[in-house]
Design a protein. Structure first.
Length: 256
């Protein structure tokens, strides 16, 4: 029997596909740029897609897309992540080479018509892998990388927090200095996926963190989260062995 399904947007290389009112069928929408779709954000009837070097916007459920890059860095700085905070949208960037790191975080206050760099303090030269926002705060997961003369030092990594729309950032107090591949937020719960360390949870806006790895394989890396009701899902694999790619679920109602 034909069933009505909620419209869902999924990122793929070079295009976006949408599920229409058919039984389980995906239909390609209008093409939106070149490269991978790194992130998708939806607000009302507007959909934003981060397609490597550009941000694209659709106001008709993905049928057509237009680039909205005014103020974004260009120069091969990849757009890695998108997040809404009230009526503002934020875009995180990655750098193109090992010598040039990301351009930080950009904000749009006019539905993507123009963008402004906002990380004037705390996130200089950082690669942003993931962004989430809630309650007036923005959380950025960053990449850890080799830096300095002859790459003698290790820089970056960890979770950064801004409470003034990205103007200033502070490092979250956490027990690791690692690449943060993924973040998810639900109410007072913030989940982080540090490289090779499973999942960490903060219940106080990033002031402190605790591992919540019961049931996860040792040395897991979580690249993605999804939350449905009181359940969180984590996409995990073992970094060095590149095995154990599975989805795990956990109730957010249980203790750590």
């Amino acid at each position: 029997m034909r069933k009505t399904m909620t419209k869902v947007v999924v990122g793929a290389a070079f295009w976006v596909v949408v599920s229409h009112t058919v039984s389980g069928q995906w239909v390609q929408t209008g093409e939106c740029g070149d490269g991978y779709i790194n992130a998708i954000a939806v607000a009302g009837q507007t959909i934003f897609a981060a397609a490597e070097l550009s941000v694209y916007r659709s106001t008709n459920n993905g049928e057509t897309w237009g680039a909205v890059n005014n103020g974004l860095p260009g120069n091969y700085d990849e757009i890695s992540s998108l997040a809404f905070n009230d009526d503002k949208i934020f875009a995180g960037t990655l750098g193109p080479t090992s010598a040039t790191w990301g351009a930080g975080v950009f904000i749009s206050t006019n539905n993507g018509d123009s963008w402004t760099a906002v990380d004037s303090g705390g996130l200089e030269n950082s690669e942003i892998l993931t962004l989430v926002a809630s309650g007036g705060k923005i959380f950025a997961g960053t990449s850890r990388y080799q830096c300095g003369t002859f790459n003698m030092y290790t820089c970056g990594g960890g979770v950064f927090i801004s409470s003034n729309n990205g103007t200033n950032w502070t490092t979250s107090t956490n027990p690791w200095s690692a690449t943060i591949n993924s973040l998810a937020i639900s109410g007072d719960n913030i989940f982080a996926g540090p490289n090779g360390s499973g999942v960490f949870l903060s219940i106080n806006s990033g002031a402190s963190w605790a591992a919540v790895n019961n049931g996860l394989p040792a040395n897991s890396t979580v690249h993605s989260f999804a939350i449905r009701g009181d359940t969180i899902f984590a996409g995990s694999y073992i970094v060095r062995m590149r095995i154990g790619a599975n989805v795990y679920e956990r109730s957010m109602m249980v203790s750590r």
